[in-house]
Every structure is written in structure tokens, then in C-alpha cells.
Design a protein around this ligand. Structure first.
Ligand code: HEM
Length: 544
């Protein structure tokens, strides 16, 4: 249908938009103060200003004392020395990927590093041994999330299961999610993934230069279809718009240090009109889009169900189950799980596929070997999931593992928090410490993965008598009880997209005006989800 012998040549320089980076300015300025707020501050009277300053001074003093006492009291893991009051605020990376700074610290201080920011302690685990011991084996104590007063209490994200505190309320969400996304359940979504992949191939054949948008459309189409039975519009989709609006605020709020109220939770009780309480006014505006994202698609689907026009989906099926339950279970749980699936599952899958595209651009010999395997198994037609019954596709599998290892999509996972005082290797980890599993460092550990920055799928092809290295998916989706529940769906999407593109396209570098190849840079953005910064591609079967 889309033969590789279509002699087409496209130059595709692009850069992928990624969530805003955070500068130190954000950090110091971000208690929500805008220029207007500062003006207000001057005009609203000396008394208010004085009480506000006093409030902040007391807060900072308390933090400083707590910081000093904690440092003196216990044998904390090593880390960069902090300043009185601020702790390690100034050491925290802001404008470059955090994992680079954390890896530099790991080299200096070892596989467990301690930092403290404005009284909040944080531990970074840089080795497989440390994450296995703490986040996996001691998962019962390490599965909480740090409180996020700005996002959860003020911006209405309390319904977001990803950042929910470890509780019965989270457990029931997790169970509901798991039932529909566990490995046994996801083959039910093959038809949706197949249909979306055929649409992707069609879109690529019409406009290969728009491949980033097409890959995004594919991921959105799969998840919205699975969750709401909703077919994504080709352009200006209202649900994509809702998610985009909601992400604007969330991206800022989940970044540690963006809002002072996250360090001094008492600030959330300030009235919105209070000088310096600009964060409360921002939160009020953002809360609308957070709730709209969750409620609008859900209510629309309920209208379709009532009209008898809804097709099966996560929400429709779960509402049906709920109707039969006595006493009826909580509808809100289904609404919450559905709302978060698009946010958690869309960008992550897109990022994984784009990392693969970059790897293929830079490693034509890997691409050729993978394509040969697809051709040998599938022959002269388009792939589908039944092909996996004919072959285990060892090279494709190894290539997918290497893609997850080479540039992990979520290099630092999502922060966990421990609930009890703990000891590890003779170090004290105070209860309430934010614990980061450094996926990037583990997957670039040269003792497990020699030449870690090279893209080498062969390392996952087990040779006779050789011990195969750690499978990246064992850490790339996080840890313990909070491990990503959407991983099987994501890996299936990535697999069908990869084999389908290999079957129909050749990915190559672009050429400049002098006819020279442009070698794309291997650069990734900071943020929870890391993005390939720029790729230049050329589809050209002359290069085969
Ligand atoms: C390549 C794709 C993906 C990657 C790399 C990824 C990665 C992650 C990571 C690292 C976490 C945090 C785990 C931890 O705290 O230790 C997570 C959590 C989560 N992911 Fe994914 N994810 C992907 C796709 C998906 C998809 C497709 C869905 C939805 C269908 C999804 C839904 C979730 C949810 C709901 C959580 C929160 C789990 C909890 O806190 O209990 N993810 N993911």
C-alpha cells in the first residue's frame, strides 16, 4: 500500500515543542508575584506589607532552624553542602536536564545523594542496587508522593492519580486502572491501535514532513478511543485543546520549587487579595482547566450513553459495571482514572517513538537489520499484532529495549516519598523525604552497559552462556507499587508503529543546500517527560 520504492525525498528540520524550562527567576519570583502584584504591594499599606514580611521571615527562620537541626542530628547521606535557610536551593538545576546535575553529584558523592531545599529533604538514588532496595523491596514505605499544595490543594489536581498521596483513595484508583490496562486486558485494544496506525501511515504518505504531528495524533487517537471511545479530529480537536490548557498550569506546578507555597504550605491560607498571594489568583484560573479536562469528556460520554450512541470504552464499560453494583461504586473514580490516562499516556508514548526515530536517523545499519527482520517474518503486506504469534522479533525487541535505555522518556520517573524514618547503608533517610529514582543514571551505568551513550541493540541479544543485562523496561516505567500501569499499552503502541514504519518508510538524514547530510544533535529537554530537541530527517529510498 505504501511501497518503500516510492522515490520520495523530504527534508524535515524541526524542533519538538516541550514544556517550558524553569529559570532561577521562576524560583525566586514564583510565589505568584507578578508586576501588578508588586504594585499592589506598594499601594496596599504599610501594615499589610509589614505583616506579610513578618510572616515570611518567621517561616524562613523556622526552616533555617529545622535545616540546621536536621543536619546536626542524623547521619544523612552525602551531598553538596547547603546554605543556612536556603539549603541547596542554589545548587538545584533549572535550565538544563536535572539528571545531568544529579549524575555529576553521583560521581562525587556516590549512589545516594542528599540535598535539602528550604527545609524539604530530597534523596537521589543513582544505582540499581539503591532503587531495588528502597523503591522496590521497601515499596510499602516508599510509595507516597510529596505533597504539592499548589497543584493539589489550590489548582484542583487532587483528582490526578499520578500525584495522589499513598492512601486507600489512591489504591482504589490504581485497582480500577489496573483492571483495564494490565497485560491481560490490553490485547482488547489491538483493533484501536491498528486503526490508528493505518491512519498514521496514510498521514505520512500525504505529508511526511508533518510526522511529529502525525505521531502525536496517533497517540492521542489511541488513548482517547480506549478511554472514551472518542475518535480524534484531524485538526483542532477540542479534547486536545482541553489537555493543552490543563498542562499549561500543571507543568509549572509540578516542578519542585516553582511555587513558594509548596515549601511553606501555610501560605495557602492567605486570602487571594493579600499582597504576594498572586499564586492563589493563578491557581483559581488554572483550576478551571484542570476540572474541565476531567469533566467535559466524561459528561459528553454520559450523554452519548444515554442516547444509546456510545461505543465500548474504559469509561462506558466501567459505568456499566458500576450500574450493576450494589451499593453503586463511586463514579468519580472512573472519571478521575479516565481524565489522567490522556495526560499520562499521550506525551510519553510520543516521546518514546520520537527517540526511536532519532536513533534510526543516526544508525542506518540498525534500521536496515530491523527492517530485514520485519520483511522476513511479514513478507509483502502490512504488519499487525498477529505477527507476534509467528515470531518474537528478537532484533526489534532488542532495538525497543535499547531505545528505552539510550534516552529514557522519564529520566527521573515521578518523585516518591518515604513515610517512615529509615536507614540505608548506614545513612539516615528522614520520613517525608522526596526520593528520586534516577532512571537515566541506572540505564547509563557503564558497568552494566558498556559504551552507554552508543545505540547498540545487540547488547540485548543474549549470546549462549552470557548473562543478559538488565532489561530497561524493568526501571524505565518507574518503581514498586507506583510503577506505570499503562506500560503494556504504551509498548504495544510503540511496537506496531515501529514495525509499520519500518515496513513502509526509510528514515534518513536530511541534506543541506550543498547536498551534505545534516547530522541531528542528540539533545533532550529537561522536564518530567524528556523530548528529543531536534531531528533532521530525510525519507529517501535511494539510500537503501
Ligand atoms: C513510554 C510510555 C510511558 C512511560 C515511559 C511512562 C512512565 C511512567 C513513570 C516513570 C511513572 C512513575 C512511576 C513511579 O512513580 O515510580 C508513570 C506513572 C503512571 N503512568 Fe506511565 N508511562 C508511559 C505510558 C503511560 C500510558 C500509556 C498510560 C495510560 C494508559 C500511563 C499511565 C500512568 C499512570 C496512571 C501513572 C501513575 C501511577 C501511580 O502513581 O500509581 N503511562 N509512568
Amino acid at each position: 500500500m505504501y511501497p518503500r520504492d516510492q522515490n520520495i525525498l523530504f527534508m524535515l528540520p524541526f524542533s519538538v515543542p516541550f514544556p517550558p524550562t524553569y529559570t532561577p527567576d521562576h524560583l525566586f519570583y514564583s510565589p505568584g508575584l507578578s508586576h501588578k502584584d508588586l504594585h499592589l504591594l506598594t499601594s496596599s499599606g504599610v501594615a499589610l506589607m509589614f505583616s506579610s514580611a513578618l510572616f515570611t521571615a518567621f517561616g524562613l527562620l523556622a526552616l533555617g532552624i529545622a535545616f540546621k537541626r536536621r543536619r546536626m542530628r542524623a547521619r544523612l547521606p552525602p551531598g553538596p553542602p547547603g546554605l543556612f535557610l536556603l539549603g541547596n536551593l542554589r545548587d538545584m538545576p533549572h535550565d538544563k536536564p536535572h539528571w545531568l546535575t544529579y549524575e555529576a553529584w553521583a560521581e562525587k558523592f556516590g549512589d545516594i545523594v542528599y540535598v535539602e531545599v528550604l527545609g524539604r529533604s530530597m534523596v537521589i538514588l543513582n544505582s540499581l542496587a539503591a532503587v531495588t532496595e528502597l523503591l522496590e523491596k521497601r515499596s510499602a514505605s516508599y510509595s507516597d508522593r510529596p505533597p504539592m499544595p499548589m497543584a493539589n490543594d489550590l489548582m484542583g489536581w487532587h483528582w490526578d492519580m499520578v500525584h495522589m498521596r499513598y492512601s486507600n483513595w489512591w489504591r482504589i484508583h490504581r485497582k480500577t486502572f489496573h483492571q483495564s490496562f494490565q497485560s491481560r486486558a490490553v490485547p482488547a485494544y489491538y483493533p484501536i491501535q491498528m486503526k490508528a496506525t493505518r491512519t498514521l501511515l496514510q498521514q505520512l504518505s500525504i505529508n511526511p514532513t508533518g510526522f511529529v504531528d502525525h505521531i502525536r495524533h496517533h497517540a492521542g487517537n489511541v488513548i482517547l478511543n480506549v478511554v472514551y471511545g472518542y475518535e480524534l479530529q484531524s485538526e483542532n480537536d477540542p479534547y486536545v485543546h482541553l489537555a493543552h490548557e490543563a498542562m499549561k498550569g500543571l507543568n509549572q506546578a509540578v516542578h519542585p520549587g516553582s511555587f513558594f507555597v509548596d515549601f511553606l504550605p501555610a501560605l495557602r491560607y492567605l486570602p487571594s487579595w493579600f499582597p504576594g498571594a498572586g499564586f492563589k489568583r493563578k491557581a483559581k484560573i488554572w483550576a478551571k482547566s484542570s476540572l474541565a479536562l476531567r469533566d467535559i469528556p466524561f459528561e459528553n460520554l454520559k450523554t452519548s450513553i444515554a442516547a444509546g450512541t456510545a461505543i465500548p470504552s474504559f469509561v462506558a464499560d466501567n459505568l456499566e459495571k458500576l450500574r450493576k453494583q450494589t451499593p453503586p461504586a463511586d463514579e468519580e473514580i472512573i472519571k478521575n482514572c479516565a481524565g489522567i490516562a490522556y495526560l499520562a499516556g499521550s506525551d510519553t508514548t510520543v516521546s518514546l517513538i520520537l527517540v526511536w526515530v532519532l536513533a534510526m536517523t543516526l544508525n542506518p545499519e540498525v534500521q536496515a537489520r530491523a527492517r530485514a527482520e520485519v520483511d522476513a517474518v511479514i513478507g509483502d503486506r502490512l504488519p499487525d499484532f498477529s505477527d507476534r504469534e509467528r515470531s518474537s522479533f528478537p532484533y526489534i525487541q532488542a532495538m525497543l529495549q535499547e531505545t528505552m535505555r539510550w534516552a529514557p522518556v522519564t529520566p527521573l520517573a515521578i518523585p516518591h516519598m518515604n513515610m517512615v524514618d529509615d536507614e540505608y547503608n548506614g545513612y539516615h533517610i528522614p520520613a517525608g523525604t522526596t526520593v528520586i529514582g534516577n532512571i537515566h543514571a541506572i540505564l547509563h551505568d557503564a558497568t552494566m552497559f558498556p559504551e552507554p551513550h552508543e545505540f547498540k541493540p545487540e547488547r540485548f541479544l543474549s549470546q549462549d552462556g552470557e548473562k543478559s543485562p538488565l532489561r530497561p523496561e524493568a526501571v524505565a516505567f518507574g518503581f514498586g507499587r507506583r510503577i506505570c500501569p499503562g506500560r503494556d499499552l504504551a509498548l504495544n503502541s510503540a511496537w506496531i508503529v515501529i514495525v509499520s514504519i519500518l515496513k513502509t518508510y526509510i528514515i534518513d538524514k536530511a541534506v543541506d543546500s550543498n547536498g551534505n547530510y545534516i547530522v541531528p544533535k542528540v539533545e533532550f529537554s529537561p522536564g518530567t517527560v524528556s523530548w528529543v530537541q531536534s531531528i533532521t530527517l530525510l525519507y529517501n529510498n535511494d539510500n537503501v
